[in-house]
Each structure stands twice: as C-alpha cells, then as structure tokens.
Design a protein around this ligand. Structure first.
Ligand code: GRF
Length: 200
C-alpha cells in the first residue's frame, strides 16, 4: 500500500515540491497527505494549496505552549494517516511526542556532508558560507533520520558536490539544491522499495 507522506516545511518548500512531483509522476509509490508549516506565509503552504493537499499552519503563534504544539502536530499527522514524515527545510526542532510517535520514520535533508557543517544554527546559506570559508573542495547533501539532536540521526544517503574556485554561497547553494531534489526523491524511493531500512 502506498505510503502517506506528511511534510513539515518552513520556507520555500522546493524539496517538498520535488517529492510531490515524484509522487504525481508515479516515481514514488506514495501519497502527499498533509503539509504543516510553522510559517503561515511560507511558499510551502502556497505549494500545498496549489496541489490541493491539506495544509496547516501550526506554530508558537497558534499554540504558545510547546507541548500543545507537539501534540497538535502529531494529531494532524495521525489524522492524515501519515506513516513517513518528511522534513523539508523545517527550521524548528521536532518535539518529543512527535519523535516518539514516528520512531525512525522522520527524515530530513541537509545541504552539506554531515557530520560536518551541521548542528544548531548551521542551515541554509550558513552551511555554504562555512564550506567556502574552510576552503573545502567538496560539499554535498545528506539525508538522515531525525533524532532529538539537530542534524544528528543515522545517515541514509549522501551525495557529493564539487566546490568550484569561482563559487559564491549563492552559486553553491543553487547547485547543491538541485542535488537535494534528486537525492531526496531517490532516497525516499529506496526507503519505499525496502532497499534502505529505517531504524525502528
Ligand atoms: C534546503 O537547503 C534543505 O537542505 C534545508 O533547507 C533548505 C530548504 O529549501 N534543510 P526548500 O525550502 O526545500 O526550497
């Protein structure tokens, strides 16, 4: 039976869109079931509306108590029969109830080769700036299982991207993002096929 995917995204949602497109194209045997964003104005929610996927703005504004927010996120995912949670540029920490409800079944994409260039505060453009500042010759993309620590859970897949001497954070971000879109879809396909086993 097709997996039901629940997305958590804070901003543009281009990774989410790549996964939705792959579902629509039949490349993934999965159904985009629900989109949750902590940002009511996010591109991710706009994309959800365009795709007629149920969407919810859930944040510290809608639920000032962290525990209530965590519970509401879980209830929303469960109400849509989600069995795999996809973080796609989600800038908030996943709460303990959500982690306990979907053990090993929350995955994230990071625009760098973890365990380097990860952790709290190391996201988006900051990753690319750090890679350039270190003079690294390669960077890449990591898909990993989410655990209570930022960018820390078991790594499922990585793909390298060469750093060019002419690169700026913007040019690097653009090339890395294109690889993210491919690697996320490819990794989810391998999870669905059973080639990649998620820890339980
Ligand atoms: C991506 O670089 C992803 O790796 C990171 O946040 C960014 C989100 O981009 N976690 P988008 O919202 O998917 O376009």
């Amino acid at each position: 039976m097709a997996l039901n995917l629940g997305f958590l995204a804070s901003h543009n949602g281009s990774n989410m869109q790549a996964v939705i497109d792959a579902c629509r194209a039949g490349r993934l045997d999965a159904n985009p079931a629900v989109v949750i964003s902590n940002n009511g104005d996010s591109g991710a929610l706009e994309r959800a509306r365009n795709e007629t996927i149920p969407w919810f703005h859930l944040s510290g504004r809608t639920h000032p108590e962290a525990e209530d927010l965590d519970r509401e996120i879980v209830d929303t995912l469960l109400n849509h029969d989600v069995n795999l949670v996809i973080l796609a540029g989600y800038m908030k920490k996943i709460g303990p109830v959500t982690l306990a409800t979907f053990p090993g079944h929350i995955i994230n994409i990071h625009p760098g080769l973890l365990p380097e260039y990860g952790g709290q505060g190391m996201y988006g453009r900051r990753v690319h700036e750090a890679v350039l500042a270190a003079g690294a010759r390669e960077t890449g993309v990591t898909v990993h299982v989410v655990d209570p620590i930022y960018d820390h859970g078991p790594i499922l897949a990585q793909k390298k991207v060469r750093v060019k001497t002419s690169d700026t954070a913007d040019t690097l971000a653009k090339r890395v993002l294109a690889v993210e879109h491919e690697l996320y879809v490819d990794t989810i396909a391998r999870v669905i096929s059973g080639e990649i086993k998620l820890p339980v």
